[in-house]
Design a protein around this ligand. Structure first.
Ligand code: NAP
Length: 323
């Protein structure tokens, strides 16, 4: 056995668990990378287990125009790299692996990845959120064959092609505007007759000659063999069905938080977002959450980064106090 010190608290842990990290950060989006920067500057040598996407969802965004300090905008993946570089400069460590299991029943907390097992005195969860699916016939079969959830990743494949975008929020409009660089036309299909997106994006979309709208409609089926050929639409007001020929379907209808791994330990709301108090503390002392995994409201790079910083500050206080 070896002795683990947490503030004034001392605890014996098995010897093979010789290395107990002060802070492990799960996820490497804006929240996780900002937490890493703050924890590193507190000399805690945080370990970031990155998951699949370094930079998180923001890294899939072509240009971020509303992150302060970049008056001309900044590429999403470039911003992620800058965050990482800054955290590394102060001693943050990175493990490019995916977490498969956690045990928060006792300190040190246990975290398993595909290849290793880690122990930590405190954990910051910043695993973000994943895009929602339409859940209609043809969607799964044609994903990667014309169905996409990322304009930046796949837009290039649709040069001079006709595409449809589903959704009426900021993501749908921002991505539609980006996709007009490639596509010959972008038809936005929205289930209501009013957009949810902010006014600036609405004005840009309405003024773009390549963008048109089909209101009050949903996709019932995506059709095609080796590639998307058409979508079957239903007007939700009249019940009328119609067919629209298209080469691609881009879906931007919100996100679901990546919290399955934590369900048996942490309090969550009915949509699966982790519940924290104003100091980003979860119901388990020593476990904090930041970014889109706990924020269903703001969902901005800048707010996620702020919450990541807050989580690292609180984790540092927790480690010092030994509460
Ligand atoms: P969102 O704001 O939740 O919008 C989702 C859109 O998809 C809504 O228009 C919704 O319709 C529609 N929708 C939901 N489920 C659907 C379904 N099953 N079938 C068809 N349509 C469906 O999501 P988001 O656009 O991803 O934005 C998420 C957050 O990130 C927001 O807070 C947004 O402001 C922020 N964001 C900001 C920026 C920016 O500032 N540049 C960029 C991207 C995202 P209803 O409107 O009828 O509910």
């Amino acid at each position: 056995m070896v002795e683990l010190k947490l503030g004034n608290l001392k605890k014996k842990v098995p010897k093979d668990v010789s290395k107990v990290e002060e802070i492990i950060i799960l996820g490497a989006g804006p929240a996780g990378l900002s937490a890493a920067l703050y924890a590193a500057r507190a000399e805690l040598s945080p370990l970031v287990i990155t998951g699949m996407e370094l930079g998180g969802q923001a890294s899939l965004t072509n240009t971020i125009e509303n992150y302060p300090g970049f008056p001309d905008g900044v590429g999403g993946s470039q911003l992620g790299e800058l965050f990482q570089k800054q955290a590394e400069r102060f001693g943050a460590k990175f493990e490019f692996d995916v977490v498969t299991e956690v045990d928060f029943n006792e300190v040190p907390f246990k975290i398993k990845t595909f290849s290793k097992e880690f122990l930590a005195k405190s954990v910051i969860i910043s695993t973000g959120a994943s895009p929602n699916l339409l859940n209609v016939k043809g969607e799964k079969e044609l994903t990667g064959k014309g169905v996409s959830y990322c304009g930046t990743c796949d837009g290039w494949f649709f040069k001079d092609k006709k595409i449809v975008v589903v959704g009426g929020g900021d993501s749908a409009l921002e991505e539609s505007l980006f996709l007009t660089r490639f596509a010959s036309s972008v038809t936005i299909i929205h289930r209501r007759d009013q957009l949810r997106a902010g006014k600036i994006l609405q004005t840009r979309a309405f003024n773009n000659p390549k963008i048109s709208f089909i209101w009050d409609s949903i996709i019932k089926e995506i059709q095609g063999d080796q590639a998307v050929k058409k979508v079957q639409l239903e007007n939700v007001k009249t019940g009328a069905h119609s067919i629209l020929e298209t080469d691609g379907v881009f879906v931007f209808i919100g996100h679901t938080p990546n919290t399955n791994l934590f369900k048996s330990f942490l309090d969550m709301d009915q949509n699966g977002f982790i519940i924290t108090n104003q100091y980003v503390k979860t119901n388990i002392p020593g476990v904090f959450a930041a970014g889109e995994v706990m924020d269903s409201h703001f969902k901005q790079v800048v707010t996620s980064a702020g919450m990541g910083a807050a989580a690292a500050i609180e984790a540092t206080k927790y480690l010092e106090s030994g509460d």
